[in-house]
Design a protein around this ligand. Structure first.
Ligand code: NAD
Length: 252
């Protein structure tokens, strides 16, 4: 199996629809041992049974806004495993008023919060993961086509994802000499809880379905790509944004 003997940390499972869960299932099916986080005590009853089903060895809370919590999670990984082979960051948040409004009208606080939770948290995670990946590794995050093009109703999150994709390129450049690869995955629209918070999300799904050459990707399809990118078979791939969207992004 492509990930057998590898240890991976999965951030972003909220429920069984989460893209992170689709990825975690694929990682596990390929033989990886997993550590899984949940947002807080309210989320734990939804995430823990899924993590148990994945035989997760480590199940810890992580709200990236809480000082010290990310460090505590990585300390646990260090203590139990002493190393990490791959990391999946699949989280995003923006306050609704800013997310639903124009970029032009976005508030300083809302923009900063969205950037912190959805983008800079990946940078902070990479810093903590780097010393654990002393024999190389793979870091993955989730983007969206709204990073590359101005998509209706994606607004401020498009600017945030653009920055995330740029961070991926710079981090790939900086970490390549340690054989650590950094990539973004860009799925098409998938019905998840976070996606439900976007304005007119159903219309985005319908447009993509009507135009994509193939059926839109499921969380399991995203998982298949994530498992490949985490594996040694992807050893020459870094700094990329890899689309898994039924081809929607190439159609004009
Ligand atoms: P989801 O609601 O299942 O997952 C979002 C996750 O973000 C949740 O687990 C939530 O707990 C976590 N999160 C939010 N604030 C957090 C914080 N402060 N600290 C830690 N975790 C926090 O939705 P999803 O669609 O699976 O989203 C996962 C990723 O995929 C996001 O980055 C999203 O932008 C991206 N994405 C989603 C789609 C889509 O159509 N669903 C398409 C492209 C990219």
């Amino acid at each position: 199996m492509a990930l057998s003997g590898k240890k991976g940390l999965v951030i972003g499972i909220a429920n069984q629809d989460s893209i992170a869960y689709g990825c975690a299932k694929a990682f596990r099916a390929e033989g990886a041992d997993l550590a899984v986080s949940y947002l807080n005590a309210k989320a734990e009853p939804y995430v823990r049974p899924l993590a148990d089903g994945l035989d997760a060895a480590i199940i810890e809370p992580l709200d990236v806004r809480v000082p010290g919590q990310m460090e505590a999670l990585f300390e646990r990984v260090q203590k139990d495993w002493g190393r990490l082979d791959f990391l999946l960051h699949a989280i995003a948040f923006a306050p609704k008023a800013d997310l639903h409004g124009r970029v032009v009208d976005s508030s300083w606080e809302g923009f900063a919060q969205a950037m912190d939770i959805s983008c800079h948290s990946f940078v902070r995670m990479a810093k903590l993961a780097e010393p654990l990946m002393d024999k190389g590794g793979a870091m993955l995050t989730m983007s969206y086509i709204g990073a590359a093009k101005a998509m209706r109703d994606y607004g401020m999150m498009g600017a945030v994802k653009s920055t995330l994709e740029s961070c991926v390129r710079y981090m790939a450049l900086e970490l390549g000499q340690k054989a650590i690869r950094v990539n973004a995955i860009s799925p098409g629209p998938i019905r998840t809880r976070a996606a439900g918070g976007l304005k007119n999300f159903d219309a985005a799904v319908e447009t993509a379905e009507a135009n994509a050459p193939l059926p839109l990707a499921t969380a399991e399809d995203v998982g298949a790509l994530a498992a490949f990118l985490a594996s040694d078979a992807a050893r020459a791939i870094t700094g990329q944004t890899c689309y898994v969207d039924g081809g929607f992004s190439v159609v004009g």
